[in-house]
Design a binder for this molecule. Structure first.
Ligand code: SAH
Length: 356
C-alpha cells in the first residue's frame, strides 16, 4: 500500500476531515490493504458508540407512482412497463402492525412523488401510526416537497426524513436527472428539513453513470459539512427500462470503502447497509456492516406489491414474508457477530464538548 494512503487514513481518523483533493486521492489510490485498514478503524469507532447492535427499519414502499423522470430509476414516469400501485391507509397500518410484532420500532414510509398523497392524507397516516405506536419513529422518504408541506408532516409527528442528495456536483446532478429537476432545489429541501427539526438523511449512489472520484470526494465533503444524522449509500444498479439500462453498475468493494470513510468522518452517523448492496453481492449486507454500517432496512411492504417497487433490476427479498426477512437478517447479522435490536435506533448525539 502507498504510504500516502496510510497517512490519509490516519489523518481522517484523527481529524475527521480531509481536503477534496485528499478524499479524491484516498479513493483513487485504494487497494485491498487500505480497504482492510479503513474497515478495521471504522468498525472500531462504530463499536465504541453502538456496540454490536444493528438497528432495523421497516421499509414500507406504499406507492410506486412518480411524477419524476430520474434517468436511473425504474419507477420513473416514462417507464411504461412499470406496474403501478398504491397502498391504502389500512394496508399501510397493517404493515406497521406486522412490523411492530416483529420488533420494528422505526417505520420508513417511502414512495415515488405521487400527488394522490396530499399533505392531508399523509398527515392522517402519520398521526394514526404515531397514536397506535407512540414508541416508534416514523421516517419519511417521499422526495422533494415545499417547506410548508415538510412542516405539516413534521407537525403530524414524523421524526426523520431521508432525501438522498444523489450527487454533490451540480453538473453530475444534471446528467442523472431531467432538466426540470435541479440540484439547488434538492439542496434547499435538505436545508429546510434540517431547519424544521427532522433527523435528516442524505446519500448517493456509488458508481452512478459519469461518476468520478472527484464527484465522490465532493459527496464526502458534503457529508462532512452537512453533518447528516443518516446517510444512505448503495451501488447504482441498472434498471433495464431506463436510459441507463445498459450502463455498468457500482461495486460492493467501492461501496464498502466509502461506508468506512463516512463512519470515520461522522462516528455516530446512522449508516444503512442497503438492499442494493445485498442485491449485487449475496453477502453485501454483511460486508456493509463489517465496513462500518449499523442499520438494515428490510421490506415490510405486502409481498403482492414488492416486485413492483423495482428501482433497479433483480432487487432481493421480493418473495419473502416480512417475518422471513426479519429472521433471515437476524441470522445474517449473528453470523458476523452482530445483533439486531428492538429499538427506535436514534442517533447517539454528541454533547457540547463534541464527546459522545
Ligand atoms: N422518491 C423518493 C424515494 C426514491 S427511491 C426520493 O426521491 O427520495 C430511493 C433511492 O433509491 C433514491 O434516492 C436513489 O438514490 C435510489 N435508486 C433509484 N434508482 C436506483 C438504481 N437504479 N440503483 C440504485 N439505487 C437507486
Amino acid at each position: 500500500m502507498d504510504k500516502e494512503i496510510l497517512y490519509l487514513i490516519e489523518k481522517l481518523e484523527s481529524e475527521k476531515t480531509l481536503t477534496l483533493r485528499e478524499y479524491e486521492r484516498l479513493i483513487s489510490g485504494r487497494d485491498e490493504e487500505s480497504a482492510k485498514i479503513l474497515a478495521e478503524k471504522a468498525v472500531n469507532v462504530r463499536k465504541q458508540i453502538y456496540g454490536n447492535s444493528v438497528f432495523v427499519r421497516g421499509l414500507i414502499e406504499f406507492s410506486n407512482i412518480c411524477k419524476n423522470d430520474c434517468l436511473y430509476c425504474g419507477i420513473r414516469r416514462s417507464n411504461l412497463n412499470c406496474d403501478r400501485y398504491r397502498l391504502t391507509t389500512d394496508e399501510i397500518l397493517e404493515c406497521c402492525a406486522d412490523g411492530y410484532s416483529l420488533g420494528f420500532r422505526t417505520f420508513v414510509l417511502q414512495s415515488g412523488e405521487d400527488g394522490y398523497f396530499t399533505d392531508g392524507i399523509l398527515c392522517e397516516i402519520i398521526e394514526k401510526i404515531k397514536s397506535k405506536y407512540p414508541d416508534c419513529a416514523v421516517t419519511l422518504s417521499l422526495g422533494e416537497k415545499s417547506r410548508e408541506s415538510y412542516q405539516r408532516l413534521f407537525d403530524a409527528g414524523a421524526d426523520r426524513y431521508l432525501l438522498r442528495h444523489e450527487t454533490a456536483d451540480s453538473e453530475h446532478y444534471k446528467s442523472l436527472h431531467p432538466p426540470e429537476m435541479s440540484f439547488e432545489h434538492r439542496m434547499k429541501c435538505l436545508s429546510d428539513l434540517r431547519e424544521i427539526g427532522y433527523q435528516v438523511g442524505c446519500g448517493f449512489m456509488v458508481g452512478s453513470p459519469h461518476q468520478t472520484a472527484k464527484h465522490l470526494a465532493k459527496d464526502l465533503k458534503f457529508v462532512e459539512e452537512f453533518k447528516p444524522d443518516m446517510c444512505g449509500i448503495g451501488p447504482f444498479v441498472p434498471h433495464k427500462d431506463t436510459p441507463f439500462g445498459k450502463m455498468t453498475g457500482g461495486t460492493a468493494e467501492l461501496t464498502c470503502y466509502l461506508l468506512s470513510i463516512i463512519r470515520l468522518i461522522r462516528p455516530n452517523i446512522l449508516l444503512p447497509s442497503t438492499t442494493a448492496l445485498g442485491t449485487i453481492d449475496p453477502l453485501g449486507r454483511e460486508k456493509g456492516i463489517l465496513a462500518g454500517a449499523n442499520v438494515v432496512m428490510p421490506n415490510l411492504s405486502p409481498v403482492s406489491v414488492r416486485k413492483k417497487y423495482e428501482l433497479y433490476d433483480n432487487k432481493i427479498c421480493t418473495g419473502e414474508e416480512s417475518a422471513q426477512c426479519r429472521s433471515c437478517l437476524d441470522m445474517r447479522m449473528s453470523s458476523i457477530g452482530y445483533e439486531i435490536v428492538t429499538d427506535r435506533g436514534d442517533i447517539k448525539k454528541e454533547n457540547e464538548n463534541g464527546c459522545l
